[in-house]
Design a protein around this ligand. Structure first.
Ligand code: ADP
Ligand code: MG
Length: 547
């Protein structure tokens, strides 16, 4: 027992085996404490171990260990006889004030229980040993003795030694805890960044809302494009407020369905940007469940499927055009023969009129005029059927290395004579040393002139016609751009069809673009259109470069 020598009323300490001045039992107490502290990694546990060991080891009626740590705050543990670790009996405010009195010192309070740190105990004396950590007093070990005489010099020395051990241990464990905490926060932060990077890298636009319809995630792709908004401006906000441009009823029904049914829903949408470019989107609403299996969030994923949709349309168009081409070839063949007969008959009759076979009555003049009409109308029919043949013919024209820059310049020159009035400005922008393309020069010229003629038709009040040619190393791009009336969205898909025209009867045949389309696809190229009604149209021809 480590207590006052020869004491009869000394408390029974756990550290038995000899009087308190017994150096062996003192040593054992310290080494036992050291051993228990070896396995203690949290400051709070250190405080528990130390307060309990000192209380039982010294036979004191109470012992408190309190220390104020950075990042953690006030850690305290109180061990009392009977009750165990009654933290509430510790006067924290008083202790904080004591800590702020510099320098707090070893003290013994045995006259005024008002000044005790441990409240409501049975002790009549408190011994206070400051805990020094890295040069400053951060806390104290407070031992309450029922009998003032129990607080002997030897006991105090032992408490001091235990206090030093506590200081060391608390210092170490608080560093350990700080490191663990910061590495946990770091790991969490790393993980968050990684998840964010994954979501930003996905080639889809994505955002997530919670059950209160607040946006909790918004990826990089959702920030760009015409519907895009910066992440910082939308996170935490109500989705209907952020997406105010969308019809609210429709949007809320979609979300509500996703929350209610838990099923993924896919919707196709179309957008048109300021340049008249139409994009197709596949928008999916994906309900997300928490660990309890309840739907906690809805993920909205928008995927750009423009290429896919256009490819499907292109295939459909090509098939349709091929079918029309075959039909046209048959019809043209049937019509050309009677047309030739009509023309020949009209010509024969005209020469008879000239020879005077029908005399010179005024009726003969009518005859001459009607024959002329028959002749010229038959000729017009012939040019239409020839156009159709152009479109339907399998073109295996002369393919040579062609300088398309030259072809474009001469086409531009040709149409410049065709333009009505001087109010159309013609601009030619051709990249230097344009790579060669294997092509039929005549056909490409026909295609470019067809596009340019349409462009001029689209600018009755004047405007600008631009020819552009450049290359990205793989293919050659030719653009014919106008600032004309543009093409109505509903017409865009039809303009390449033979006979589709919006022009007056006699002005347009509706064959220009379909022939153009046939020529370009025959060359292994592509013909695209972008149009902005009221602002203008751009036709782009892509041709493969010759190897
Ligand atoms: P046509 O010129 O005989 O009408 P096309 O096949 O050349 O036949 O063109 C079909 C239709 O496409 C035109 O009638 C017009 O409506 C539309 N179109 C073609 N090019 C343009 C353009 N640059 N601007 C506006 N509309 C155009
Ligand atoms: Mg035309």
């Amino acid at each position: 027992m480590l207590s006052k020598e020869n004491s009869t009323k000394g408390p029974k300490g756990a550290l038995s085996g000899g009087p308190m001045h017994d150096a062996t039992s003192g040593m054992r107490f310290i080494s036992d404490l050291g051993r228990s502290l070896l396995f203690t990694v949290h400051p709070k546990k250190v405080a528990n171990v130390v307060s309990e060991s000192i209380r039982s080891g010294t036979g004191a009626s109470a012992c408190a260990v309190a220390v104020n740590l950075q990042h953690i705050g006030l850690v305290c543990s109180v061990a009392e006889t009977g009750a165990s670790r009654e933290e509430s009996s510790f006067k924290k405010e008083r202790f904080r004030r004591w800590l702020s009195l510099l320098p707090p010192q070893v003290s013994i309070n045995n006259d005024n229980p008002e000044k005790f740190f441990i409240d409501g105990g049975e002790h009549s004396l408190e011994y206070v040993a400051p805990i020094h950590i890295e040069g400053t007093v951060k806390g104290a070990v407070i031992v309450g003795f029922g009998d003032a005489e129990d607080c002997t010099k030897e006991i105090r020395q032992l408490v001091d030694a235990a206090t030093q051990m506590a200081a060391m241990s608390i210092n170490l464990t608080s560093h350990y805890e700080a490191t663990i905490n910061s590495s946990i926060t770091e790991a969490k932060e790393e993980h968050r960044k990684f998840t964010e990077a994954v979501l930003d890298t996905l080639p889809v636009s994505l955002y997530v809302i919670d059950r209160d319809y607040n946006i909790v995630m918004w990826n990089r792709h959702r920030e760009i494009g015409i519907q895009g908004m910066p992440r910082d401006e939308v996170i935490g906000r109500n989705v209907f407020e952020v997406l105010a441009k969308y019809p609210k009823g429709k949007l809320s029904r979609e979300f509500e369905r996703a929350f209610r049914t838990g099923k993924i829903e896919r919707i196709e949408q179309q957008t048109t940007d300021n340049d008249g470019v139409t994009r197709h989107w596949l928008v999916s609403k994906v309900p997300m469940r928490d660990e309890k299996g309840e739907i906690s969030h809805v993920i909205t994923v928008g995927e750009d499927i423009t290429m896919r949709v256009e490819a499907i349309h292109a295939v459909g168009r090509a098939e349709k055009l091929a079918a029309v081409g075959r039909l046209a070839a048959g019809v043209v063949h049937e019509i050309n023969n009677p047309l030739a007969t009509i023309s020949a008959c009209a010509e024969a009759l005209e020469s008879r009129v000239d020879e005077g076979v029908f005399g010179t009555s005024p009726d003969v003049e009518d005859l001459r005029e009607y024959l002329g009409l028959i002749h010229s109308e038959a000729f017009r029919c012939k040019s239409i059927t020839n156009g159709l043949l152009d479109f339907s013919r399998v073109r295996t024209g002369n393919r040579n290395e062609v300088d398309l820059g030259e072809v474009i310049r001469s086409s531009a020159n040709l149409v410049s004579h065709q333009k009505r009035g001087d109010n159309i400005e013609i601009v030619v922008e051709i990249e230097d040393s344009l790579p060669a393309v294997k092509a039929d020069e005549g056909q490409i010229q026909q295609a470019i002139i067809a596009l340019a003629t349409n462009a001029i038709d689209a600018m009755p009040d004047g405007g600008k016609l631009t020819f552009i040619a450049n290359s990205d190393g793989n293919r050659l791009l030719i653009e014919v751009r106008d600032t004309g009336v543009g093409i109505k969205t509903e017409d865009v898909s039809r303009i390449f069809e033979p006979f589709f025209t919006t022009k007056e009867v006699g002005k347009g045949t509706g064959l220009g673009l379909s022939v153009c389309y046939g020529i370009i696809t025959d060359h292994g190229g592509r013909l695209n259109v972008r149009s902005n009604p009221g602002k203008g149209t751009t036709f782009s021809i892509f041709l493969p470069l010759s190897k």
